[in-house]
Design a protein around this ligand. Structure first.
Ligand SMILES: Nc1ncnc2c1ncn2[C@@H]1O[C@H](COP(=O)(O)OP(=O)(O)OP(=O)(O)O)[C@@H](O)[C@H]1O
Length: 379
């Protein structure tokens, strides 16, 4: 646990970068510092590993004032990842990753073996071990940066805009990789970004800072989106915060319609003749997987003539945001719900999803603590 207690930083020129900041950063979680340019995020991060000394206040790690430890020992207990990775250009990838273990006195063999293990952990091809940083893409270099920071297995990881220099697709991949690694390793991660979407994707808790280095709100992403503390936070969250908030609501409670789903070999004349048959039905293959939409009164039974069903959503794993997106994009206004094996569980229309959203909001208003199913849907 890192405790930032009433910490301020005034630089020599009089700039107040951080103003009486207090934050509790728990173990086994990702705490994000987010806010506009110049609001003091980097300064806060650097005070944790004493690259910047606070003007006042105290920072403790597991109850111990960080000033009571030699600065080198403190820094080695904290991995540090920066934008553009900051790799040593004249060292191979393997030796970049092995840097801290070597500084700690490990033998070359042991440090390199550890580095090779970390390359695998962060998703780097072992064939890259002997390359130099300039021979890697930006995204690959960032992975090396993460591997290097993890090399001595520090309990704390400080990440300063680690993924800002790569394109959105690579960035998304790096975020997913970080969440996967964190699931395995359970570090105390402090992650700086100015991108609210990134904060919401990777953060267990998000500290929104405002210019002048003051804390505007410290909350879970879900809480932030549903109850911004003030107009500044609301504006920073952006115009679509309502839609983004649906990412935290589970599809488990959705009422699915099974009466509009039929396997391809059904008696279509009989189905078309029924009074209660919907105007559009979803046709599945013999294994229960979706094939496409049909109007049973006009369809001749050819699979090629079916209207594409588009993307499906998985009940329980995907959020209401995904379900709504699928319904909006569907030619029939209905989203196709499947299980983990891809078999159709039913279909659900926009009205039903809207009702589920209202019900989830009512439940949340009655019990503001997010339930496990809501948390589970967050990723
Ligand atoms: N060494 C320094 N001397 C004087 N002022 C500084 C120094 N370093 C940072 N500042 C100022 O302190 C304030 C906070 O800077 P900081 O880098 O912590 O912000 P940030 O939120 O990380 O910004 P960005 O998102 O642009 O990286 C800014 O006004 C900045 O100009």
């Amino acid at each position: 646990m890192i405790a930032i207690e009433d910490v301020s930083k005034r630089y020599a020129d009089g700039t107040v970068a951080v103003d009486r900041l207090s934050l509790q950063i728990p173990d086994h979680s990702i705490t994000v510092l987010v806010g506009p340019s110049g609001c003091g995020k980097t300064t806060t991060l650097r005070m944790i590993n004493r690259m910047v000394e606070p003007s006042s206040g105290t920072i403790r790690v597991n109850g111990e004032d960080i000033r009571s430890r030699p600065v080198n020992a403190l820094r080695r207990s904290m991995g540090y990842v920066i934008q553009n990775a900051g790799l040593f250009q004249h060292r191979t990838i393997l030796d970049n990753i092995a840097t801290v273990p070597r500084l700690l006195g490990w033998s070359k063999e042991r440090a390199r073996a550890r580095a090779a293990e970390l390359m695998e952990r962060v998703g780097l091809d072992p064939g890259m071990a002997r390359r130099y940083p300039y021979q890697l893409s930006g995204g690959q270099q960032q992975r090396v940066g993460v591997a290097r920071a993890l090399a001595s297995d520090p309990p704390v990881l400080l990440m300063d805009e680690p993924f800002s220099a790569v394109d959105p697709v690579v960035r998304r991949g790096l975020q997913e990789e970080l969440l996967r690694i964190q699931e395995e390793l359970g570090k105390a991660i402090v992650f700086v970004t100015h991108d609210m979407d990134e904060a919401i994707t990777v953060g267990d808790r998000v500290a929104v800072m405002r210019t002048g280095g003051r804390l505007a709100q410290f909350a879970s992403p879900d809480e932030l989106l549903s109850s911004p503390a003030d107009a500044f936070v609301e504006e920073f969250l952006g115009a679509d915060r309502g839609i983004r908030g649906l990412s935290f609501l589970s599809t488990r409670e959705l009422t699915l319609d099974r009466t509009a789903v039929f396997p391809v070999g059904s008696d279509w004349q009989e189905i078309a003749g029924r009074a209660d048959t919907p105007a559009q039905v979803l046709v599945t293959d013999a294994g229960g997987r979706p094939l496409g939409w049909a109007d049973p009164t006009a369809w001749g039974g050819e699979v090629e003539a079916l209207e594409p069903h588009g993307q499906t959503f998985e009940v329980g794993r995907d959020s209401l945001r995904v379900a709504l997106d699928r319904a909006v994009l569907s030619p029939t206004g209905q989203a196709v719900a499947v299980d983990g094996a891809g078999q159709v569980l039913g279909v659900v229309g926009q009205e039903t999803i809207a009702a589920a959203i209202r019900a989830a909001r009512r439940r949340r208003a009655a019990d503001p603590e997010p339930g496990p199913s809501q948390v589970e849907a967050a990723r």
